[in-house]
Design a protein around this ligand. Structure first.
Ligand code: COA
Length: 331
């Protein structure tokens, strides 16, 4: 029994925030951002749009792509660090809007690795025979936790959502997956206030502690190393060499991280899908949006080996190898 990706979808807000617009907001310049990150613009949700709105649009599109009705969904997992509320879970809001009354629903938090963690959990339920149809969503409105007075972080992040439908099938599927964590690096990427350690107060708001705080250089080093190691482990588990990978979908944090990791793996840029120039880092949404776009743009054909690899706050990481068996589609 394999977990098979049978539907994909994504949604991003219409509003574009360009590097040139950021020049008006903080002491930065377009050239620095492009050279140091590869990002040119990102999408920003309007005030009335929350994470669940983007997640719902992505979910509807993935279900339609899979030809699956809401009633057939057994489980909804939403990976996010920007849920609508601390509770109820964003996944429960999606269940309600879809009318997926047969589905269990929960959120998971593994920062930018959340979607791969979600795939891992879904795969366990499917291979155990517990569930047949699972919706895994990565969705974020990072603009809500981004400090637009901090040039170290505000140029990096954007909003969006991607979704995948996984179903039980006889043909492979998901060939291998690993997830991992190293909590010793937890302080490198943190939203300090608003939880039980530092509940919201006048002081936490004044100190801007409800925004992302990041030690960029340390995260960079961790990312390059772990992407290579995790990719090699998961490929070995699937009996594949890096040279056999048709398309790698890396987490979209920084073009230099992607380039360094792919160089170490010996995977040329022509086999890497990159969309961070248009969206920036959308945390848990980055990988499913990129996968969904790559599929919609006809970059994947049946029989292809696709490698997903990501890293993020926690620190966390994950990688997955998929044998693609959906027909190519075009926009
Ligand atoms: N515009 C202009 N200058 C900027 C800037 C900006 N937006 N952001 C930072 N700088 C400055 C810094 O202040 C620093 O100046 P200083 O030397 O006078 O102190 C200089 O640029 C170099 O900073 P440094 O941190 O060494 O840059 P970098 O090459 O490491 O790039 C990041 C910074 C954040 C882009 C990079 O470290 C990165 O991408 N890290 C990983 C972040 C990540 O992936 N986070 C999410 C994980 S899921």
């Amino acid at each position: 029994m394999y977990s098979v990706l049978t539907g994909l979808g994504y949604a991003v807000p219409d509003r574009v925030l360009t590097n040139v617009q950021l020049e008006q907001m903080v002491d930065t310049d377009n050239e620095w951002i492009v050279q140091r990150t590869g990002i040119r613009e990102r999408r920003i949700a309007d005030a009335s749009t929350a994470t669940s709105d983007l997640a719902l649009a992505a979910a509807r599109s993935a279900l339609a792509d899979a030809g699956v009705s809401a009633a057939e969904v057994d489980l909804i997992i939403v990976a996010t660090v920007t849920p609508d509320y601390a509770f109820p879970a964003t996944a429960c809001l999606i269940q309600r809007e879809l009318g997926a009354w047969n589905a269990a629903a929960f959120d998971l938090e593994a920062a930018c690795t959340g979607f791969i963690y979600g795939l891992g959990i879904a795969d366990q339920f499917i291979r155990a025979g517990t569930y047949r149809t699972i919706l895994v969503i990565g969705a974020e409105t990072l603009s809500r936790i981004t400090d637009y007075t901090d040039r170290n972080t505000c140029v990096l992040f954007g909003d969006g959502a991607g979704a995948a439908v996984l179903r039980a099938g006889e043909e492979p599927g998901l060939l291998g997956l690993e997830i991992g964590a190293d909590g010793r690096g937890g302080e490198l990427l943190v939203l300090p206030a608003g939880g039980s350690r530092n509940p919201a107060s006048r002081e936490t708001v004044a100190a801007r502690r409800h925004y992302i705080h990041m030690a960029g250089r340390e995260v960079f080093k961790f990312a390059v190393k772990i992407m290579e190691e995790s990719a090699l482990r998961v490929l070995a588990r699937a009996g594949l060499q890096p040279g056999e990978v048709d398309l790698i979908i890396p987490h979209q944090a920084n073009a230099r991280i992607i380039d360094s990791a792919c160089k170490r793996l010996g995977i040329g840029r022509d086999r890497v899908y990159v969309n961070l120039d248009r969206y920036g880092n959308m945390s848990a949404a980055s990988i499913p949006v990129a996968l969904s776009e790559a599929s919609a743009r006809g970059k994947l054909k049946p029989g292809d080996y696709v490698l997903l690899v990501g890293f993020g706050g926690g620190l966390t990481w994950g990688a997955a190898v998929i044998k693609w068996n959906k027909e190519a589609k075009h926009d």
